[in-house]
Design a protein around this ligand. Structure first.
Ligand code: NAD
Length: 291
C-alpha cells in the first residue's frame, strides 16, 4: 500500500487565501506584531517568513527586532505598548528568548485576546475546558491536516507522541474536543511501538529523527509528523530535514501521511494568520470565521 501524501503546503495556501478574503470583508486591517530578541538564525528565518506571509495576506505587519542584551523590563514595556495599540491585534514574541529573560513572564504579560501563539495560561486553560480561545498554531495545523483525510475524528483511536506544552499537550486537548479517544505517549511510555501501532491517527512530535518505524504504524493509519530534524544528507557536507517518522518505510503502511518538509511546517504560519484574523474579529465585535 502506498499512503496518500497530505499536502500541507496546498492546505496552508488555501487558509492564507481565505484569511486574506475574510480580512478584506472585516473593514479593518488585522495587525500582527512580531517581536524578535537576539540573533538566533532559525528565529530570524522564521520571523522573516511570518512577516512576508502576513503582508502577502494583506494584513499589517509590525516587526520589532531587539538586541540580545535587551533587559527583560524593556521587553515587558514593549509588550505593554503593543497590548495598548489598537492597530495591533496579534502579538507574538519569538521563542527561545535569551537566557536572562523569563519566557513565562513575557507570555503572561501579553494580552490574552492578542496572544496569537495561544501560549498564555488563560488560553491554555480555555482550551482545556473547551472554551473558544486562541489555540496554538502548530497543533491547530495538525487537526486541520487530519481533517483533510477524515471528515470527523470522532471515535478514532488517536496517539499523540510527545507531551510538550507547545505541541503534544494542545494537540491532545484538541483531539479530545474532536471526540477522539486519546493516548499521550512520551519518553517514559512503555512499549511505545505497540502503543503507536494501536493508533488510527498518530501525531508524532518528539524531535527525534525517524524514531517512528514501519512496524509502529497500524495499516491504513493517518500519520501527522510534526518533527523537524536536521540530519546529514547523502552528499558529504550537506544536511537535510527529516521528520520524527521514517517516511519512506511508514508511507508503505500508512493510509495517509504528512511529508517533512511540506506537511505540518507550512500550516503553522497559516494558522498564525488565522488567529490574527480571529483576534481582529473579536476587537471589531464580529464573529470570527472557522477554519
Ligand atoms: P520538546 O522537546 O519540547 O518535546 C518533545 C517531547 O517528546 C517530550 O514530551 C518528550 O517526552 C518526548 N520524547 C522525546 N524523546 C522521546 C522518545 N525517544 N520517545 C518518546 N517520546 C520522546 O519538542 P516540541 O517543541 O514538542 O517539538 C517536537 C518536534 O516538533 C521538534 O522536532 C520540533 O522542531 C518540531 N516542531 C515543529 C513545528 C512546526 O512544524 N511548525 C512547531 C513546533 C515544533
Amino acid at each position: 500500500m502506498s499512503a496518500e501524501i497530505i499536502d500541507g503546503k496546498a492546505l496552508a495556501e488555501t487558509i492564507r487565501a481565505r484569511v486574506a478574503d475574510e480580512a478584506k470583508k472585516l473593514g479593518l486591517k488585522p495587525g500582527l506584531a512580531a517581536v524578535l530578541v537576539g540573533d538566533n538564525p532559525a528565529s530570524q528565518v522564521y520571523v522573516r517568513n511570518k512577516v512576508k506571509q502576513t503582508e502577502e495576506a494583506g494584513l499589517l505587519s509590525f516587526e520589532h527586532r531587539l538586541p540580545d542584551a535587551t533587559p527583560e523590563a524593556d521587553l515587558l514595556k514593549l509588550v505593554e505598548k503593543l497590548n495598548a495599540d489598537p492597530s495591533v491585534h496579534g502579538i507574538l514574541v519569538q521563542l527561545p528568548l535569551p537566557d536572562h529573560i523569563d519566557p513565562d513572564l513575557v507570555i503572561r504579560a501579553i494580552d490574552p485576546m492578542k496572544d496569537v501563539d495561544g501560549f498564555h495560561p488563560l488560553n491554555v486553560g480555555r482550551l482545556g475546558i473547551g472554551q473558544d480561545s486562541l489555540v496554538p498554531c502548530t497543533p491547530q495545523g495538525c487537526i486541520l491536516l487530519a481533517k483533510t483525510v477524515h471528515t470527523s475524528l470522532e471515535g478514532l483511536d488517536a496517539v499523540v507522541l510527545g507531551r510538550s506544552n507547545i505541541v503534544g499537550k494542545p494537540v491532545a486537548q484538541l483531539l479530545i474536543q474532536e471526540s477522539a479517544t486519546v493516548t499521550v505517549a512520551h519518553s517514559k511510555t512503555r512499549d511505545l511501538d505497540e502503543v503507536c501501532a494501536r493508533a488510527d491517527l498518530l501525531v508524532a512530535a518528539v524531535g527525534r529523527a525517524e524514531l517512528v518505524k514501519r512496524h509502529w504504524i497500524k495499516p491504513g493509519a493517518t500519520v501527522i509528523d510534526v518533527g523537524i530534524n536536521r540530519v546529514a544528507g547523502s552528499v558529504p557536507g550537506k544536511t537535510k530535514l527529516v521528520g520524527d517518522v521514517a517516511f519512506a518505510d511508514c508511507s508503505e503502511v500508512a493510509g495517509a501521511i504528512t511529508p517533512v518538509p511540506g506537511g505540518v511546517g507550512p500550516m503553522t504560519i497559516a494558522c498564525l494568520l488565522a488567529n490574527t484574523l480571529k483576534a481582529a474579529c473579536w476587537a471589531a465585535g464580529k464573529p470570527a470565521p472557522r477554519f
